[in-house]
Design a binder for this molecule. Structure first.
Ligand SMILES: [Zn+2]
Length: 388
């Protein structure tokens, strides 16, 4: 029930981990080495902990073999007990002795999310009744009853024949929940030649998305416009909006001591230690999907509403970020006022400072208008660049 076939590549890596654990046992704890392994094959029969991404309960498993695929093969019970469909994130396995020796809550970061991806609890045995319901829907019959085919012709809900099908749900609490699992079709291979999902080999989101759309274009049953629409609506747009909000309400963090400030203090560095401050949200994280969103919303028929939302986002970001990448500081004003101040010295006995201030303000208003026009032009540029 908890037997697992692990990737061979993971096995080679675990050999190094096991050697480290053995060193720790002998040199640090003055105990006998535990693993004594030289090759991945030596792990057969050893216990591991399976931990799904972003969870904190590990499930004990036993290594029974290896695969060239980048996947762990186990019963749906085992995967389901980890409480997560990995949906694209990396699953993980850890040697049991490594967890027992080297895990401590004291090593975990105190930030939000610091408790995730760490085995805070270990579940030694799987309780079929307590795993997620997807595993309860697994059918374990050797053939389907005639009734099943009749119901499919009437397009009825699958739940209408749940009682007549041999599914795990109907075996819960009985001895059969652990044994006598059948299948309807024989196969001599459960892996394909492709051992790694392209989700993990493609590097950037642009590439991943392009490939996904390419696939959607090839499958007749899939409408690529709808795929793009859904990606834009559920991923790119919320990302841009969320990060824009985060950027404008962000805090600043000290690189040295980690102190956080609601805004940059007047003296420009950390009030605790004088360290350099850095923004907690970067411009890059706000803008990273903008060009992609604009490109896709123009290339595919996603509707005027959705397309406009990206154009509006582009306009808003262009007002938020200076395209010139030059921030006005006091020195700019001083150098501008220099010539004005000289003029006044020639003419008048009026206190130069107060007059200067007025002129400076006027000057800065003109400067603002100029910047505004520049921004507008930049928006136009960005928009046109993506249209053609
Ligand atoms: Zn500091």
């Amino acid at each position: 029930m908890q037997d697992v076939i692990i990737p061979y590549e993971a096995g080679t890596f675990l050999v190094s981990v096991a050697k480290y654990v053995d060193n720790l046992l002998t040199h640090h704890y003055n105990l006998e080495p535990y693993y004594n392994v030289d090759t991945p094959e030596d792990f057969i029969g050893h216990l591991i902990i399976g931990l799904a991404p972003h969870t904190s309960v590990g499930i004990v498993g036993r290594v029974v073999g290896f695969t060239n695929a980048q996947a762990c093969f186990a019963t749906p019970y085992w995967h389901s007990a980890k409480r997560r469909d990995c949906d694209g994130d990396g699953d993980s396995i850890i040697l049991l002795m490594d967890v027992l020796l080297n895990f401590s809550k004291k090593f975990l970061p105190s930030i939000i999310g610091g408790l995730m991806d760490a085995p805070l609890l270990i579940q030694p045995l799987i309780l079929p009744r307590e795993v997620q319901r997807q595993a309860h829907h697994m059918d374990v019959a050797s053939c389907y009853p005639l009734e099943f085919y009749e119901v499919t012709l009437r397009n009825e809900s699958p739940s209408s024949i749940a009682k007549s099908m041999d599914i795990i749900k109907n075996r819960l609490g009985k001895k059969e929940q652990f044994t006598g699992f059948h299948f309807t079709h024989e196969t001599d291979a459960i892996t394909v030649k492709q051992s790694r999902s392209s989700y993990s080999t493609l590097v950037t989101l642009n590439e991943k998305l392009d490939r996904q759309i390419e696939l959607a274009e090839k499958i007749h049953a899939v409408n690529p416009d709808e795929v793009v629409k859904s990606v834009l609506r559920t991923h790119l747009l919320p990302d841009i909006i969320g990060n824009t909000k985060a950027f404008t309400s962000q805090r600043f963090r000290c690189k040295s001591c980690g102190a956080k400030f609601r805004r940059v203090p007047m003296r420009g560095n950390c009030l605790n230690c004088g360290g350099e401050l850095q923004p907690s949200v970067t411009r890059g994280s706000v803008e990273k999907y903008l060009q992609l969103g604009l490109r896709l919303s123009n290339k595919y028929d996603v509707g005027e509403y959705l397309r406009s939302r990206f154009v509006l986002a582009a306009e808003e970001l262009a007002t938020l970020f200076e395209p010139e990448a030059h921030q006005t500081d006091m020195v700019d004003y001083v150098s501008n006022s220099h010539s004005i101040g000289e003029e006044f010295e020639e003419h008048t006995a009026v206190e130069p400072i107060s007059v200067n201030m007025e002129l400076l303000m006027e000057d800065s208003i003109q400067g603002e208008e100029k910047k505004h026009t520049l921004r507008k032009e930049k928006v136009k540029e960005v928009y046109q660049a993506t249209l053609f």
